[in-house]
Write a protein that binds this ligand. Structure first.
Ligand code: UN1
Length: 504
């Protein structure tokens, strides 16, 4: 295989990151494509982290005074940079995170989409005028910038998830500090460089408006515990969220948590099987099963089980797994050895609780001893056992049977996580019931679409152990602002609310 290191260095250079920056320290960055060390970076020191937060705090104080549409102009310029560099940045995502080419490009498109959205939004940070109960009074609601926003992101969406947060946070008048996954810091360096290009074009963006902290968990902790960071948006495992949430709560900071998912699809008797097959394949095997929104459980009506499962197995056998740089590849590598080990353990546990496993084996280990290419696994389960109720961040699809619609919804909701969900049916009653209050308990509910691949226009996030946070579209921007309720008395008397009398 060609050297990933050399290609990554070339791409980064084109994106404005000097080669010397790639050998600044001892923390190795490895490509999941072949396990090759592609950079060795230094962690941000505690002193430098404090300095970064100081700068971000000062940047916030200047930035909040800039009119929002002008702030939107910076984000628009950044979108132009992303458009111009979509190909190399997307390819860097492929090299560092192992995503197939089309998904790497798609991720940059997701960044562009949210920036365009945020630039438009910058003229629509609208508050309310509310009817006052008192004569000659006006009651208003104004949205103000919040403060320094910390973003902690995961390896699987190394650039888009930051962009969801940063684009909104910036037009809302905040500064941003990003702690990317220690597995994908090069993508972050490239994005930072493009942001700086946009800031230079913009002219008067304050120093420290959007910056990086690099390193592991301890580095991210600077954002969790510093009182000057008003909001932390963290994406990762439920275990991470469990560690982070109480610390943020202890200092009354805001949190947006996007944690584990255990997303299911229900296949009903009337389902369009051809459409469902494609949706299931992308949902379960796309990004090698490493999306928060990956389809992990399939709940199939007994009448269509035999029509669907053999065909699904055939699709599983046919997908091309391998080097994500090759156009025909649909499933790239796992991010690393630990993921493979978790997958192996989950499959063993599933088998020991009655599951029948197809696939799941590692291959090409001789050729790539330090990379983890696996055949996605399909596991027919007799019931929703403990292993099925857990999120294993790997391409495992557990398949279960149901007889009655109510049972399918019950199985669907009977997991600790609540991110995304889907139903395949042409029956209006089933579709609407799944979308209703007594249907799916997830933040995202899809009909005749798999659970992954959401657009930026909707709010993204989920309930229960997924953490309750929302990112991206709809009215999510309000999370990055503080609401101020103002009452103006333009009369000459002082009527008190609720008819209270206090005559002095
Ligand atoms: C994630 O896996 O953290 O809906 C984000 C999707 C993508 C985002 C996934 N738009 O699958």
């Amino acid at each position: 295989m060609d050297s990933v290191r050399e290609e990554a260095a070339g791409l980064l250079e084109g994106l404005g990151v000097a080669r010397t920056a790639l050998t600044s320290g001892l923390r190795e960055v490895r490509s999941p494509i072949n396990g090759e060390a592609i950079a060795s970076l230094s962690d941000t020191s505690p002193a430098a982290a404090t300095q970064t937060i100081d700068n971000a705090w000062r940047a916030f104080q200047a930035w909040r005074k800039i009119p929002p549409p002008h702030r939107g102009e910076l984000v628009r310029l950044f979108a132009e940079q992303l458009r111009a560099e979509k190909e190399p940045l997307g390819r860097l995502v492929t090299l560092e995170a192992g995503k197939i080419l089309s998904e790497g490009q798609g991720e940059v498109q997701e960044m562009i989409d949210i920036c365009v959205y945020a630039a438009g939004l910058s003229r629509q940070l609208c508050g309310l005028t509310i009817a006052s109960e008192r004569p000659d009074h006006r009651l208003t609601e104004t949205w103000h910038p919040l403060g320094v926003v910390g973003v902690i992101s995961a390896f699987n969406f190394p650039v888009a998830v930051w962009a969801w947060n940063a684009a909104l946070a910036l037009v809302c008048g905040n500064s941003v500090i990003w702690k990317p996954s220690e597995k994908t810091p090069l993508c972050a360096l490239a994005v930072q460089s493009l942001f700086e290009r946009a800031a230079t074009q913009f002219g008067d963006a304050p120093h420290g408006l959007s910056t990086l902290l690099l390193g592991g968990r301890e580095v991210g902790e600077n954002l969790i515990d510093d009182a000057r960071v008003a909001l932390v948006s963290a994406t990762g495992s439920t275990a991470m969220g469990r560690a982070v949430a109480p610390r943020l709560a202890a200092r009354f900071a805001r949190a947006i948590l996007e944690l584990g998912g255990n997303n299911a699809g229900i296949v009903c008797p009337s389902a369009d099987i051809n459409l469902a097959l494609r949706a299931i394949a992308f949902g379960a095997m796309g990004t090698a099963g490493q999306r928060c929104t990956t389809l992990r459980r399939l709940i199939v009506h007994e009448d269509v089980y035999d029509a669907l499962i053999p065909r699904l197995k055939a699709v599983y056998r046919s997908v091309r797994i391998g080097d994500p740089r090759e156009c025909e590849t649909l499933v790239g590598p796992l991010i690393g050895a630990a993921s493979f080990e978790l997958m192996r353990l989950a499959l063993a546990e599933a088998a020991s609780s009655g599951g029948v496993v197809t696939g799941g084996e590692r291959f090409d280990a001789d050729q790539h001893p330090n990379a983890y290419y696996v055949r996605p696994a399909l596991v027919e389960m007799p019931a929703q056992t403990e292993v099925v109720r857990r999120e294993t961040f790997a391409p495992i699809l557990y398949v279960m049977k149901y007889a009655h619609f109510e049972d399918a919804v019950q199985i669907h909701n009977d997991v600790p996580q609540g991110l995304s969900s889907s139903i395949f049916t042409l029956n209006l009653r089933e579709a609407e019931r799944f979308l209703s209050a007594e249907g799916s308990d997830c933040g995202i509910v899809n009909v005749n679409i798999g659970p992954s691949g959401a657009e930026i226009g909707g709010a993204f996030g989920g309930e229960k152990e997924t953490g309750g946070g929302r990112e991206s579209g709809s009215d999510v921007w309000k999370s990055y602002m503080r609401r101020s309720t103002g009452t103006v008395n333009y009369g000459s008397s002082l009527p008190l609310a609720q008819g209270v009398r206090f005559d002095v």
